[in-house]
Design a protein around this ligand. Structure first.
Ligand SMILES: *Cc1c(COP(=O)(O)O)cnc(C)c1O
Length: 386
């Protein structure tokens, strides 16, 4: 089945729920059993057994099943937020003496978890150049427990050659974990590229309305037990209300992404032509150094990219941001509305330098009319220049 059909049908079983189109919200902690034997007999109930609320309810399972089928993975675990998905997936492989490979472009809280908590557990993290590709083979050691990818890189948008990285890692029996939040399950089929564990901040496009915090971890059959156990050990669970919102977001993921990608390309192309702009870092643009790689592996592009302004804008960038009226100033992205934020990605790098021409803005393009967004940017540039 194609993605658009899956978005409509995955995780739904109306006849199991009195004909209701959407799987209802099942709230519970305790579940009552008719006999002690039926309570103890976990095996015969299969995957959808609900014995205690922390492990999930029919609403949780419907959401997890929908994500697993979109991702093309074996099973999915819903967790409280995107960072929890990162923490659980890395915890699954953490042991004293372990070596972990992380891209230098990684989401900063993931870096902090590695440098702090994981280091205290005896895990040594090595940060690698995101465009390393097959060269990752030279970094693998007998203690390497996982290679982590995030493509494109948080804030800097380098696209990683995941198939090449996975081939090298798999040759040594090492799993690949990938944060695919930007691409969403709609624009990337991670397991077809060789990823073993795929994570998303469902907070972003899956939720899609800036009102949900959730994460998902999907694994192939080989790695599911390790992931499931880590999620269990960490005590993560997600409310059925949030899973309901996640399912609701999924139903419109395709139309939202197509619309937002179209808008983002239009805004990015306009920005590229402005004299105030040194570069637009957006893999969907032909000018991006990884455009061909993006085209090969992705089915589309999220509406999130970075704009490098010319150096002389260093003193005016604050005025520019403050004068925008349609771009909200705030964290996160993936909702229906446009956002702007200042990027300081170079600051946290340890393995590679990232030296933009001038100040860098990250734009999230929403579903507004792109011509209105362009007009807003245009008036922002003139207001800040005067
Ligand atoms: C936002 C984000 C996360 C964290 O998600 P939260 O739900 O905010 O915890 C993880 N990875 C990437 C790439 C993100 O953009």
């Amino acid at each position: 089945m194609k993605n658009d059909t899956l978005l409509v049908h995955a995780g739904r079983d109306p006849q199991a729920h009195a004909g209701m189109v959407n799987t209802p919200v099942f709230r519970t902690s305790t579940v009552i059993f008719p006999t002690l034997a039926s309570y103890q007999d976990r095996k015969s109930h299969g995957d959808k057994f609900v014995r205690y609320g922390r492990h999930g309810t029919p609403t949780t399972y419907a959401f997890e099943e929908a994500v697993a089928s979109l991702e093309g993975g074996y099973k999915t675990a819903a967790v409280p937020n995107g960072l929890a998905a990162i923490v659980a997936s890395l915890t699954a492989y953490a042991r004293p003496g372990a070596h972990l490979l992380m891209p230098d472009s990684v989401y900063t809280p993931a870096r902090r978890f590695c440098e702090g908590r994981l280091a205290s557990w005896g895990v040594r993290t090595e940060f690698y150049a995101p465009r390393i590709g097959a060269g990752i083979a030279g970094r693998l050691t007998p203690d390497t427990v996982a290679v982590y990818c995030e493509s494109p890189g948080s804030q800097t948008f380098e696209v990683q050659d995941i198939p090449a990285i996975a081939a090298a890692a798999h040759a040594r029996g090492i799993p690949v974990i990938a944060d695919n939040t930007w691409a969403t399950p709609y624009f990337l089929r991670p397991f077809e590229l060789g990823v073993d564990v795929s994570i998303h901040a469902a907070t972003k496009y899956i939720g899609g309305h800036s009102d949900l915090m959730m994460g998902v971890i999907t694994a192939n059959e080989t790695h599911w037990d390790a992931i499931h156990k880590a999620v269990d050990d960490l005590g993560y669970s997600v409310s059925p209300d949030d899973c309901y919102q996640g399912l609701r977001g999924l139903r419109t993921l395709g139309v939202r992404l197509r619309q937002q990608m179209g808008n983002a390309v239009e805004v990015a192309r306009w920005l590229e032509r402005q004299p105030q702009v040194a570069a637009v870092n957006y893999p969907a643009l032909e000018s991006h150094p990884d455009h061909a790689l993006w085209r090969r592996d992705f089915g589309g592009a999220a509406s999130l990219f970075a704009v490098e302004l010319r150096p002389e804008w260093g003193g005016r960038v604050q005025a520019l941001v403050d004068s925008l009226t349609l771009f909200g100033i705030g964290s996160s992205w993936g909702g229906y509305e446009s956002l702007v934020n200042l990027v300081q990605a170079g600051a946290s790098r340890t393995a590679t330098a990232w030296t933009p021409a001038g100040p860098v803005l990250r734009l999230h393009v929403g579903m507004e009319d792109p011509q209105d967004l362009i007009a807003d940017l245009k008036q922002g540039f003139s207001a800040a220049a005067s």
